[in-house]
Design a protein around this ligand. Structure first.
Ligand SMILES: [Fe+2]
Ligand SMILES: [Fe+2]
Length: 290
């Protein structure tokens, strides 16, 4: 039995007061942080999460991006400190950036995500195939780039071709795909508007679907746990995982535990309700075509 943990959208935050650092998109994110977000991202839960991680003793941990909020050095330092402690409990870390980690062109140009987070796991702009413990294939699919205003994701033709080649190369073992953006823009539990969704999602979904491999596609970005069968491709199951430290109306913080045994994957969503609670096994909902 192999246990894999998926966490995403940690959104470590730090309010910026120096106007010099606010002459870009950060002015919007910082305002949102001051007015709203600082109230519902409970980063102080990091220690209790690490305690639970020690108890679970997973074989691997997947981190789906948005470790920061406006990609400042201070936020990345918080994220790096957290990764140090995760790594002490589970060295097999696989991660990729979210749109908030490339929040400004300046943070991207300075390779801040790679500098602070790359110590624990090599970061690539290309899709990468790795083998996880328990003979599980993992394809990490980078889908972010900085935007002037929007939160839109991006995958290039070249990256799509590489995903296709990686899938052709891999064996018939269980496959996880890790990305920041979901490839379904609408399910019963979330709807991503045009400026928040992944450009090229249909093409990526088509490549995954036509590969014929059973694929569990793990994403974040929408900050809610969902578990959905693909309406078109019966080999893809989609999971979006809650934002780890959230506590916002119906969107509780949480993470996803994936148990793999003899090629079968079982899904257990965890949530925070005055402490970390493991939910009952989740089964995918059928989704109507969109
Ligand atoms: Fe997020
Ligand atoms: Fe995001």
């Amino acid at each position: 039995m192999t246990c894999i943990i998926h966490i995403t959208d940690l959104h470590f935050w730090n309010i910026v007061y120096n106007p010099f650092y606010l002459c870009n998109k950060r002015i919007l994110g910082n305002l949102n942080l001051i007015l709203r977000r600082h109230r519902y991202v409970h980063k102080e839960r990091a220690q209790s999460f690490l305690q639970v991680l020690s108890e679970i003793q997973p074989d691997g941990i997947l981190i789906g991006g948005d470790l920061t909020t406006t990609a400042t050095r201070e936020e990345f330092q918080q994220a790096a400190n957290f990764l140090d402690q995760v790594s002490a409990r589970c060295p097999a870390i696989y991660l990729l950036p979210g749109n908030h980690d490339y929040y400004t062109f300046e943070s991207c140009r300075k390779h801040r995500f790679e500098h602070y987070c790359g110590k624990h796991a090599p970061i690539s702009v290309d899709p990468v195939l790795s083998m996880l413990p328990g003979d599980i294939s993992l394809i990490r699919i980078p889908t972010v780039r900085p935007n002037l205003i929007t939160s839109r994701g991006f995958i290039s033709e070249e990256q799509l071709t590489k995903v296709k080649k990686l899938l052709e190369r891999k064996g018939p073992n269980p496959t996880l795909a890790l990305a920041h953006y979901p490839v379904l823009s609408r399910t019963a539990h979330y709807h991503s508007g045009y400026d928040r969704r992944l450009g090229g999602a249909s093409a990526l979904r088509g490549i995954l679907g036509h590969s014929g491999h059973p694929i569990l596609y793990l994403a974040g970005h929408v900050h809610v746990f969902t578990h959905t069968m693909d309406p078109t491709y019966n080999n893809i199951t989609h999971i979006t995982t809650s934002a780890l430290f959230y506590d916002k109306q119906k969107r509780r913080g949480g993470f996803t535990e994936i148990k793999v045994d003899a090629g079968t994957m079982r899904i257990f969503p965890w949530s925070y309700q005055d402490g970390w609670i493991r939910g009952v096994e989740s089964h995918p909902a059928a989704e109507v075509p969109c």
